[in-house]
Design a protein around this ligand. Structure first.
Ligand SMILES: NC(=O)c1ccc[n+]([C@@H]2O[C@H](COP(=O)([O-])OP(=O)(O)OC[C@H]3O[C@@H](n4cnc5c(N)ncnc54)[C@H](OP(=O)(O)O)[C@@H]3O)[C@@H](O)[C@H]2O)c1
Length: 283
């Protein structure tokens, strides 16, 4: 029997088949996700598992990692990893290769926020943020490159921030780490291109996760509360960026306006940013 579809039905089916086809590109891919126990990392883990990827889930909380891995099935490997410990990072990569035989994608997602007055922040707190947000991801990249070279390719996805493109008051240390992570991504993208290793920079705006509660704060910034878009939206944007081999994404895309404003009218951007943060601190 001949089946005829209306243009709208045809469009739906065509889109579905195209999406299903590109999703299959991630089936059986081996993906390391750091900071997988909550927030954006957990959303990434659930989404990449749903499209058939094999996952190494890394973070410090062993119980949360094991519960998440059990809920995702046998192709999820929980590996307790503190991103401030170089030996633990090397072990995370070694265990991934031992279990799955390769590493296709590294998602450097683990991170910690800091909303404090820079002048009064203890240097050991600054060190913790720099090590978690920049040195840890940098070491993870160095640890996966030899394996990706052997495979003749791979993808490195760095979860940076809009705070890595515009400066925010009382977030000087955090912004510094994310600007530095973006700089690393931009340089490495060129450096590794001829070895077929792609580097993607992901810059989320304000995302509703436990991030603000987990961040270092002081008396002035204690009132700041989580808000923004859902981490699932970031996870979907990362998956699309991975499939399309994008260079850089900002999520939500409307935040590009802030980035452009910061570049074109820096004084106006500074004033707007001060107002936004002061309002958040008062509430
Ligand atoms: N939420 C936002 O508004 C926002 C905006 C822009 C960018 N980002 C970035 O997005 C990424 C994820 O943030 P999120 O919002 O999902 O934050 P989150 O909810 O606080 O989750 C952070 C994750 O990182 C892990 N982590 C923290 N320190 C670690 C360490 N030393 N070693 C290993 N794992 C560590 C935590 O797990 P354990 O505690 O179990 O280790 C947790 O799984 C971060 O890089 C953040 O900077 C977030």
């Amino acid at each position: 029997m001949k089946v005829l579809y209306s243009p709208a039905e045809f469009h739906l089916i065509f889109n579905y088949q195209q999406k299903a086809g590109s999703m299959r590109k991630l089936e059986n891919k081996v993906v390391i996700i750091t900071g997988a126990t909550m927030g954006i990392g957990e959303s990434l883990a659930r989404l990449f598992a749903a499209v058939g990827a094999k996952l190494t889930l890394a973070a410090r909380s062993r119980d949360k990692l094991e519960t998440l891995a059990r809920s995702l099935g046998p192709d999820a490997l929980p590996v307790r990893t503190d991103m401030t410990d170089p030996a633990a990072i090397r072990e995370m990569v070694r265990l991934t290769v031992e279990r799955f035989g390769r590493v296709d994608i590294l998602i450097n997602n683990a991170g910690v926020g800091m909303y404090t007055s820079f002048a009064d922040t203890p240097s050991e707190h600054i060190e913790q943020v720099i090590t978690t947000n920049w040195l840890g991801p940098a070491r993870a990249i160095q640890a996966v490159i030899p394996q990706m070279r052997k495979q003749r390719g791979g993808q490195i996805i760095n979860i940076s921030s809009v705070a890595g493109k515009i400066s925010i008051p009382w977030m000087s240390t955090y912004c510094s780490t994310k600007f530095a992570l973006n700089a690393l991504s931009y340089s490495l993208r060129m450096e590794l291109a001829e070895e077929n290793i792609q580097v993607i920079s992901v810059c989320p705006g304000r995302i509703k996760t436990p991030f603000t509660d987990n961040a270092f704060k002081d008396a002035r910034t204690r009132a700041l509360r989580p808000g923004g878009i859902s981490p699932d939206r970031v996870a979907r944007a990362v998956l699309r960026a991975s499939l399309r081999g994008k260079r850089e994404i900002v999520v939500p895309a409307s935040n590009w306006l802030l980035v452009w404003l910061h570049g074109l009218m820096p004084r106006l951007a500074d004033a707007a940013m001060l107002r936004i943060i002061r309002r958040g601190m008062r509430s």
